[in-house]
Ligand binder design. Structure first.
Ligand SMILES: C[S@@+](CC[C@H](N)C(=O)[O-])C[C@H]1O[C@@H](n2cnc3c(N)ncnc32)[C@H](O)[C@@H]1O
Length: 308
């Protein structure tokens, strides 16, 4: 699945930006500063979010959905709840992943984001309410970059609240920071205890082996638009978005044995992988003299499943 905005979404976003404001550098820089100070998105300009964050959160959601699709290739969900939808980013990615979706509901507490989401996704129903009041259910519930806006101590209870509204699959995506991962870890533990089946990235339900200053995260590279480069005073035409995630299902799925949890090191001698599996963290090296396996291994990426 493409990590880049599809043309029709890019066009809609650009039209909205052109109609509402000049977008621009000042707002985007103010947003970056607000995020660094831990302020939530209610203090953030919509234009800056659309220009500098939405492409990255779209890429992260798409990367997660790619991994989910690999273990659930036959899923045909019909309904989706996008929690803390913002401009509707995650549901846009989900509609590409699952053309079978025919009922999409965006839950968003901020009126400005709710209005924008309605504009960008007229086919969706937008409900302006806090997720805590949610009473609807859907086949797929996705919450992207919203746990970060809640206190960390609420992550477990929030994940259980969303699980109660999930008929099939719950996906939570967070920034790939220690704080983002702390929320994912708390959600994972609570969901496993309540009987959920893991879909990823974990390939097992044992205690998470990440220790100390290590945290489970992945990266996706996305191209930067000219406006994005200007807004961030960027010098390279791409950015790497870090994300952490967890997905759980009502039904058991077949998982790979391991997950690649760091960039593979590939040289002429071997391809070496840092892995997470049921026995904890490990390393695996595939020697180049084992040509067939090495040629397969050198195409594997950080975040992929490893071993079946
Ligand atoms: C960082 S944005 C993420 C938006 C979108 N999911 C994405 O990935 O681009 C977080 C969104 O969650 C919304 N939000 C925060 N707390 C919420 C709550 N308790 N219930 C519903 N939405 C909430 C914010 O208004 C904001 O639009």
């Amino acid at each position: 699945m493409s990590l880049e905005f599809p043309a029709h979404i890019r066009q809609q976003v650009q039209q909205w930006l052109a109609a509402k404001c000049a977008g621009g550098r000042g707002e985007a820089q103010a947003m970056s500063a607000a995020y660094k100070q831990g302020e939530n998105s209610s203090s953030v300009s919509l234009a800056a979010y659309l220009t500098t964050r939405m492409p990255a959160t779209f890429a992260a959601a798409s990367a997660v959905l790619d991994q989910v699709h690999l273990v659930m290739p036959h899923a045909l969900p019909e309904s989706l709840l996008d929690i803390g939808a913002g401009p509707g980013t995650a549901s846009m990615a989900a509609q590409i992943a699952w053309p079978s979706l025919n009922s999409i509901t965006l839950i968003e507490t901020d009126k400005r984001f709710a209005d924008l989401a309605k504009h960008l996704s007229p086919e969706a129903e937008v409900v302006q309410q806090p997720l805590q009041n949610l009473i609807r259910k859907a086949d797929v519930v996705i919450a992207a970059y919203v746990f970060a806006e809640l206190p960390e101590r609420e992550a477990a209870a929030t994940s259980l609240k969303l699980w109660a509204q999930t008929s099939e699959l719950l996906i939570i995506v967070e920034p790939g920071t220690p704080k983002g991962f702390a929320r994912i870890r708390a959600a994972r533990e609570a969901l496993i205890k309540s009987g959920a089946h893991l879909v990823g990235p974990c390939t097992h339900t044992n205690a998470c082996p990440m220790m100390g200053t290590d945290w489970c995260h992945f990266k996706t590279r996305l191209p930067r638009s000219r406006a994005h480069m200007q807004a961030k005073s960027a010098t390279v035409p791409f950015e790497d978005e870090s994300f952490s995630w967890v997905a759980v299902s009502r039904h058991a799925v077949t998982l790979p044995k391991f997950r690649i949890i760091a960039p593979p090191v590939v040289n002429k001698v071997a391809a070496t992988f840092k892995l997470c599996g049921a026995q904890g963290l490990s390393q695996s090296a595939i020697a180049s003299r084992d040509k067939a396996a090495y040629n397969l291994a050198r195409n594997m990426k950080w975040g992929d499943g490893f071993g079946v």
